[in-house]
Ligand binder design. Structure first.
Ligand code: GCU
Length: 612
């Protein structure tokens, strides 16, 4: 929490915090709309002491009724005598989208504020249109100013946000200034301790989006829960004329439906669909869908599939499926830094495809929208997660609101993506009453927004104190999830690989078991015997033994080993081995595959050959 807020009374704090989260989820599918990309080179000012934000009495400039200072004013000296100690025009530039850590060696470890400034001209296609400034994400807090006026603040580094700027955009010379702050805070989500790099910046697309006065703000087009022949098309309008006639059409399937919204601008249309080709990894069928209202239309490509649990099986389109998965962070190891583009997604999803994966766990936070759209096309099922990671401030109501907002924004953004089959609300969180209550609230939030997908979390395993080879999964939170998913590191953090064959499991719940993490580090190209830590042989042996052990679990229905490719982590400091990388990848940070890649591939090829 930025220092300013700490001095505000709780009631105001709650409101200021709630306001910073967002009024409503941002509009959907901005790239399918009329508009203007603001990506490219932005001038930046690195501001570790927040000189551009606070005066010397540490009062925020933008809180003053008639602000005299502050970088958000984006001013130039009026004459040769005026004292101004910043100048965006003369300042360096960074690429947007992009993190600052991989764009400047000086900022590799930097945690603090950076000011971004972009000038632009813009004349809306139709003067009556509304205008929205849309950000795919900014890590992890952003304050946005247009032409010297504050639009607002957003908290949360991995979900989209917007500000309406209708009537605020000039035909020429607009000044857009964003202060991005990636400082970590105990009460934030994620909290201060993570095993990934805290990339800061405008990490995803920035776009000026034009809409008609009343427009289609939100829609979800999916098969009704448990049905393969009935589509629910839910549409939400935004605008003064929200009581309108809307239509949804799926021309390639010869389907269409129409109806009137209620006074709140909402309608759900049920569309009988007896002949649909269902989406699956083998046949990633997508259909062009059009949602139209009186004077708005938005198009999308949507796949239709069902996903459910029946006893100890996971059923995709009614048939048992085994989730041949792997975990992934949102990083392009070859270019370095956060990934954000369709090409970035194709690179890593391509490696997963080579492994013969049909499933990927996007860890531990919402990845960019391109991931799910490319996974839709490639036929890869996804687990999406919010960064309720390790030890969060369970009793802090703002922390809960923050987590709920991130979960809501993720689900609203991706709930028409056929590839997404699991919403995960947490990773490796310590069992306690307040924690389980916190997570249960998130499960309810997820089910309230989308009852058609599985909900889970990466839970913890406990060892039987009387028998270290006896592993027990009885996390009370398991009572609320659809699958039993947990992380296990026997043979890496817990003993050596020869301990793996001795392991036996007890589960408190009759659910499909999906191992959300297992694995060990190996430096690509470093070789030794199977007991040499960090050698490829150790990792490969660990995989061989773990896969054999997991096969003995009758209700085992999937796995996402940790992790597809090495990723940056400030917690990994072993010289000449880790050097700031978590080396548990099956692919090295140089893009080279390790022996374990082929151990897992062979196993998945066999599973696929079994038709699972
Ligand atoms: C944990 C955690 C990961 C971490 C991994 C590791 O289980 O969920 O975020 O990177 O283990 O230790 O490598």
């Amino acid at each position: 929490m930025t220092p300013t807020l700490a001095r505000l009374p709780a009631a105001v704090l709650g409101v200021a915090f709630a306001a910073a989260l967002r009024a409503q989820p941002p509009l959907l599918n901005p790239s399918a709309r009329q508009g203007f990309d603001l990506n490219g080179k932005w001038n930046v000012i690195v501001d570790p002491y927040d000189t551009g934000y606070f005066d010397y009495r540490h009062e925020p400039y933008d809180a003053a009724p008639n602000p005299k200072g502050g970088f958000f004013l984006d001013r130039k000296p009026a004459d040769k005598s005026e004292l101004l100690e910043y100048n965006f025009d003369e300042s360096p530039t960074f690429d947007v989208p992009g993190d600052w850590n991989s764009q400047s060696d000086k900022l590799f470890y930097y945690e603090g504020s950076v000011w971004y400034r972009r000038h632009f001209d813009y004349a809306p296609a139709a003067p009556s249109d509304r205008l929205f400034l849309y950000f795919g994400a900014a890590n992890c807090e952003a304050e946005v100013y247009l032409n010297g006026t504050k639009l607002g603040r957003h908290i949360g580094g991995f979900t989209p946000f917007e500000f309406e700027v209708t009537g605020k955009v000039l035909p020429r010379g607009n000044s857009l200034v964003v202060r991005v702050d990636n400082r970590r805070h105990q009460e934030a989500v994620p909290t201060v301790n993570t095993d990934w790099w805290n990339y800061g910046g405008l990490t995803r697309d920035v776009r000026l989006v034009e809409t008609p006065g009343t427009f289609v703000r939100d829609y979800s087009i999916q098969l009704r829960k448990g049905r393969t022949d009935l589509i629910d098309a839910r549409v939400q309008l935004d605008g003064t004329l929200s009581h309108q006639h809307v239509a949804v059409s799926i021309p390639e399937a010869g389907l269409a439906a129409e109806g009137d919204t209620d006074l709140a601008g909402a309608v759900t249309l049920a569309i009988p669909a007896p002949q649909l080709k269902l989406w699956s990894p083998e046949h990633p069928q997508l259909y062009a869908v059009r949602v139209s209202s009186a004077n708005d239309q938005v198009s999308d490509r949507v796949g239709f599939r069902t996903i459910e649990v029946r006893g100890e099986d996971i059923l995709l389109n009614g048939k048992p499926v085994f989730l041949r998965g792997v975990c992934l962070h949102e990083e392009n190891p070859l270019r370095g830094g956060r990934s954000h583009s369709p090409e970035d997604a194709r690179l890593v999803l391509g490696w997963a495809r080579e492994l013969n994966c049909n499933f990927i766990r996007l860890a531990h936070y919402p990845h960019n929208e391109n991931m799910a759209r490319i996974a839709d096309e490639m036929g890869i099922m996804l687990w999406e997660e919010i960064p309720v990671y390790w030890t969060i401030s369970w009793d802090n109501p703002d922390t809960l609101e923050n987590a709920k907002a991130q979960l809501t924004d993720l689900i609203v953004r991706d709930r028409s993506r056929a590839s997404v089959i699991v919403w995960s609300v947490a990773n490796e969180t310590p069992v306690s009453e307040p924690r389980t209550r916190f997570l249960k609230t998130l499960v309810d939030t997820a089910r309230g927004l989308d009852d058609t997908r599985l909900v889970s979390a990466a839970m913890e395993v406990r060892a039987d104190p009387s028998d270290p080879s006896h592993k027990i999964v009885d996390d009370p939170f398991g009572a609320y999830t659809d699958i039993l998913s947990f992380n296990e590191y026997v043979g890496w953090y817990d003993g050596l690989p020869d301990k793996v064959p001795t392991i036996r499991w007890s589960f408190a719940y009759d659910r499909p078991v999906v191992i959300s993490e297992f694995g060990g580090d190996a430096l690509q190209g470093f070789h030794g015997d199977a007991l040499t830590r960090f050698s490829e042989e150790y990792q490969a042996d660990l995989y061989t033994k773990t896969l054999a052990m997991l096969q003995r679990i009758p209700q085992w229905r999937g796995a996402t080993p940790w992790i597809l490719v090495d990723f940056r982590s400030p917690k990994r400091v072993l010289p000449h081995v880790q050097d700031g990388w978590n080396r548990k990848g099956l692919v090295g940070s140089n893009g080279q595959k390790k022996q374990a890649f082929f151990v897992l591939k062979k196993f998945y090829d066999e599973k696929a050959a079994e038709g699972r």
